[in-house]
Structure formats: structure tokens, C-alpha cells
Design a protein around this ligand. Structure first.
Ligand code: TXA
Ligand code: MG
Length: 329
């Protein structure tokens, strides 16, 4: 990528900040990240402090590309190289055996490390020039909605995070797909930007589901139930059920909003309605920003119609399931 002089100044500032052990908000194609030098345990610990995240949760190390896999991981299976070649740079995180030097602050004390090469051009250029790895979780306070614009990051942290690189709105809008490659059989730990079927067809196998009972072995904080949540109570369910609840709320005189998946006739007169995209890519780009906007509008409840239960909607369904305070059957 050819960077403009203005972008190069931003990258220079970011690198100076990172080398000094500071934090920088960075754009990626999925969501914005809160980045620190992955080789600096003290800097990584300050990510957890700022986010309010429990210290034993591992963070992903972002690298420029597959050439750096072996800087961070060892005993790398062929499947990892295959996946990196097909989907990097892009929204895919690989969980591999870590190199011994990877700080415990990064891995949460586990013997594995999560690696991802983001495709966002500014992030990619920053990583290339920085040379090392950047530990970065999503740039939101623990449990809150992930950020998909630089303004969302500023809203989360204010003056506590002086430098946020503005790379525009995120193109994917939901987090990376996480694939575990440390057990016998590759495992889907989090659905995300790369569709599950694309991974399965490349590897010629079916990914195992992460089971909650495995969580003692592999901790994925995105798997906690209360996650990605707006502050306003969010009620999700099939269209008929949320329409009905929204109607009752309206009758009670509540300030409520109905969020639909594509335009449709909901029959709830008088209530505020927000219509999101009817297809998964567009919806994914909109959902976190929509939840943040609705939060600011002071509604008592958000009633959200769930999208179809089909493979194409897997990542969005997963996030909505975790974000919901009440799920209607
Ligand atoms: O798209 C993304 O993945 C974004 C952007 C910024 O890259 N990052 C992101 O980070 O979503 P975070 O920390 O919000 O979620 C990463 C998930 C967490 O649930 C974490 O527990 C899991 O990845 N993770 C990281 N390293 C791991 C490891 N070694 N083993 C198991 N899970 C791991
Ligand atoms: Mg997160």
C-alpha cells in the first residue's frame, strides 16, 4: 500500500507510542483493536486495566503475515499454513502452540497463542513497519459492544487513550473467526468474518464445535454469555414474538424501539422502528453501530428481530445471542 504523508505521520506516532509501552487504538477490517507491543508484558497488562478485563483472558497477537507465524508459534500443523495462505490477511485467528518467549500476559498463562494478520491497509502497514506483533483485543470496555469506528473507540475510553488511528468504518463489522489447531481435530471457537464452510471445504473436514464444558482448557472470553451487550436491555426473538412484546411495551407507554432484519410489515403502529440490512454482510457492518446509537437514545427496551437461522448468519446470530438480556422462544 502507498501511504499518504498524513498516514505516515500517524503510523510514526503510533510506533513511537507502542515502543514506549503505550496503547494505540487501531482499525482492522473486523472491529477496532486496543493494541500494545506483544513483547512487552507491562504494556499488555495495561490493556487489561483499561478494558477492565480479567487478567487470565488471552489476547490475539496481530502480525503482518504468515512469514511471522513461527516467530510466535511452534509445532505448526499444515492446516495452519493452508488457512493462512487462503484467508490471510483477513478475519481469521488461529490458535496454535506458543513459542516459549510469548508473555503470559498475552496468553493468559496458557501454552497456546492466537494469531491473526488483519487485512485493513492501515493496520497492515503499521504491522509491517513495527516489525513485531501487536497484542490487541477489541477496543471496548469488557462486556460492552465492540467498536467499528474510531469515534466508538473514543467514546469508550476518552482521554485515557490519546491515540486512535482512524481507518474509517470497519468493512466486516464482526470479529474474526477463531479456529483452534492444537487438538487432534480443528475446532471452531468463535464464528466470525470467514465463513465456517469456507474453512471446512479448504481443509476437507467438519470443524468441531467448541463445547462450553471445554472452557477450562481453552478460555475464550467471547464465549461468556454476557458479552457484546448494549446498556439498554435488549430483547431478541422471532419476528412475531418481538412484535408482540414491542406492542405491549408501547401500550404500557414505554419508550421502546423495534429493530427489524430488512423492511417488513410489523403492524406495531406508533413505535420507533430501525430497519437493518436483510443480508448478513450488510447487517454485520451495521449491528454494533446500531446498538451504540440506540443506547444513546435513552430507550427503555430494544426489541430485536433475530435474522434467519442459516449458516450465512452464524456470526451475527452468535453475537446477538450473547448480547441479549432476554431471549424470547
Ligand atoms: O476480529 C478480531 O478478532 C478482533 C480484532 C481487533 O482483531 N479482536 C478481538 O479480540 O475480537 P478479543 O480479545 O475481543 O477476542 C479475542 C478472543 C477472546 O475471546 C480470547 O479469549 C480468544 O480470542 N483468544 C485469544 N487467544 C487465545 C488462545 N490462546 N486460546 C483461546 N482463545 C484465545
Ligand atoms: Mg472483544
Amino acid at each position: 500500500m502507498s501511504v499518504t504523508a498524513a498516514q505516515q505521520t500517524l503510523i510514526d506516532n503510533a510506533i513511537a507510542q507502542l515502543r514506549a509501552g503505550g496503547l494505540v487504538g487501531i482499525p482492522t477490517e473486523t472491529v477496532y483493536g486496543l493494541a500494545a507491543d506483544a513483547d512487552n508484558p507491562q504494556a499488555v497488562r495495561s490493556i487489561f486495566e483499561l478494558k477492565g478485563r480479567p487478567a487470565d483472558h488471552p489476547v490475539i497477537v496481530h502480525i503482518a503475515g504468515a512469514a511471522q507465524l513461527s516467530d510466535w508459534a511452534q509445532d505448526i500443523p499444515d492446516a495452519a499454513f493452508k488457512l493462512a495462505e487462503a484467508f490471510w490477511p483477513g478475519p481469521l485467528t488461529l490458535i496454535l502452540q506458543r513459542q516459549p518467549h510469548v508473555p503470559d500476559a498475552v496468553t493468559g498463562g496458557q501454552d497456546t497463542v492466537g494469531l491473526r494478520a488483519p487485512s485493513h491497509s492501515l493496520a497492515h502497514e503499521l504491522l509491517k513497519q513495527f516489525g513485531g506483533g501487536l497484542a490487541a483485543p477489541s477496543a471496548n470496555r469488557f462486556g460492552h459492544v465492540s467498536p467499528t469506528t474510531a469515534q466508538h473507540v473514543r467514546d469508550e475510553f476518552g482521554d485515557a487513550l490519546p491515540l486512535v488511528l482512524d481507518g474509517g468504518p470497519c468493512e466486516v463489522g464482526v470479529e474474526s473467526t477463531i479456529v483452534g489447531l492444537v487438538s487432534e481435530h480443528p475446532t471452531l471457537l468463535r464464528p466470525g468474518g470467514v465463513p465456517r464452510e469456507a474453512i471446512e471445504s479448504l481443509l476437507g473436514l467438519t470443524l468441531e464445535h467448541h463445547q462450553k464444558s471445554d472452557s477450562a482448557k481453552v478460555r475464550v472470553s467471547g464465549l461468556l454469555d454476557s458479552h457484546y451487550s448494549p446498556r439498554t436491555p435488549l430483547i431478541t426473538g422471532p419476528a412475531a414474538a418481538v412484535d408482540n412484546e414491542a406492542y405491549l411495551a408501547f401500550e404500557r407507554g414505554e419508550r421502546a424501539v423495534l429493530v427489524t432484519c430488512g423492511p417488513r410489515d410489523h403492524g406495531v403502529c406508533g413505535i420507533d422502528v430501525l430497519t437493518l440490512a436483510a443480508e448478513p454482510e450488510g447487517y454485520a457492518r451495521q449491528i454494533y453501530d446500531a446498538l451504540r446509537q440506540l443506547d444513546r437514545q435513552g430507550y427503555q427496551h430494544i426489541y430485536l428481530e433475530l435474522p434467519p437461522h442459516t449458516a450465512a448468519w452464524l456470526a451475527v446470530q452468535d453475537r446477538l445471542h450473547r448480547a441479549a438480556h432476554v431471549r424470547l422462544g
